[in-house]
Design a protein around this ligand. Structure first.
Ligand code: ATP
Ligand code: FE
Length: 328
């Protein structure tokens, strides 16, 4: 049995076939990077058009891997949000049309659930109870998980996500697109000699990053000649300090056997090192997705769909254009 997953929430058109154990039979992703690069961000109207052109050819490509044998497909899972509404609609409509044509149930999947299931792709890595740190482009979440479907949100960000903050600081440093990885690399070559603020570090599990971002901007304004690598390193040090402090606090207050870290920022070498350090300290297992599953892909959506199938959930196709944690 396979689930066909479809992901079109942002700027990647992705389709995958995944079995119940998380084995990826096929996954094809068409990136829109070149389309949006000149705008310095994702242009929503162009994104939905590009999805429209790419989605059916991508489905066909994936189906070739099973010789077009749709009898092996148990269900269809599609990202229903959060994401860009126009982009989501392309995926959701495609999934519904295929479901109708093939007589398969269609499940709308929360994109963030896809990210959090990504470490279980190809091999089971997550041991419950687990603490989850989700650091993607649009979200920053700290959660406690008793199982894949019993999730308590401990804290989110009040303003920018970590990924957004990386990207904005990268722009201030003229590092081009995509900013996060470039900033991560530059930071590795600098020294953390500047003391940037660590917003909300003292209490609780909520995050805030806009103050940190502003103080980097102020430093660059006041001292345009400042060593950029040192600024990058100091910024990353502040982020790691905030994230590490909150994660350690949560581990002190919630039983966990593993620390799950997902989302694009989890590709950062320095974040990976932090996760390893914390896990060694706490004697728990680090669970990170393989790098190719850290950013948006349909394989994680297909795997997450199995949670709905196994629960006998009703197919629910309402899109969730905004932050919709109720729809875990
Ligand atoms: P969401 O799932 O919240 O809608 P998204 O899926 O678009 O967001 P991801 O693809 O998970 O976001 O992550 C993209 C973010 O990860 C970007 O902000 C990017 O800068 C950041 N990122 C990617 N690689 C690295 C890296 N090596 N170091 C730091 N940040 C990185
Ligand atoms: Fe994502």
């Amino acid at each position: 049995d396979l689930v066909l997953g479809i992901e079109t929430s942002c700027d990647d058109t992705s389709v995958a076939l995944v079995d119940r154990g998380g084995r990826v039979i096929a996954c094809e992703t068409v990136s829109q990077f070149d389309i949006h690069a000149e705008f310095g961000g994702v242009f929503p109207e162009l994104a939905s058009r590009a999805h429209l052109e790419a989605v059916l050819p991508t489905v066909s490509k994936v189906l070739k891997v099973v010789d077009g044998d749709i009898s092996r497909i148990r269900a269809i899972g599609v990202t229903r949000g959060p994401g860009l509404i126009g982009s989501l609609i392309v995926g959701v409509n495609t999934a519904q049309a295929l479901g109708l044509a093939w007589g398969k149930p269609v499940f709308g999947v929360n994109h963030l659930r896809g990210h959090l299931r990504s470490p279980d792709l190809e091999e089971k890595r997550i041991t419950y109870p687990a603490l989850l740190l989700l650091v993607s482009g649009g979200h920053t979440l700290l959660c406690h998980m008793l199982s894949a479907t019993e999730i308590t949100v401990l804290g989110t960000t009040r303003d920018d996500s970590v990924g957004e903050t990386y990207d904005k600081v990268a722009r201030m440093l003229d590092l081009g697109m995509p900013g996060g990885p470039a900033l991560d690399r530059l930071a590795a070559t600098g020294r953390a000699v500047h003391r940037f603020p660590r917003p909300m570090i003292r209490e609780g599990y909520e995050f805030s990053f806009s103050g940190l971002k502003s103080s980097v901007a102020r430093m660059l304004e006041k001292d345009p000649g400042v060593d950029r690598a040192d600024v990058a390193a100091s910024f990353v040090a502040a982020c790691l300090d905030v994230l590490g402090t909150k994660v350690r606090r949560a581990l002190g207050e919630h039983a966990a056997k593993s620390l799950v870290v997902v989302g694009g920022v989890a590709a950062s070498q320095q974040i990976r090192q932090l996760v390893e350090d914390i896990c060694t300290e706490a004697g728990i297992i680090p669970c990170l997705p393989p790098l190719r599953w850290a950013t948006d892909n349909a394989a994680m959506i297909a795997l997450a769909t199995w949670d709905y199938v196994d629960r006998g959930a009703e197919a629910d196709m309402r899109t969730v254009p905004s932050m919709a944690l109720a729809a875990w």
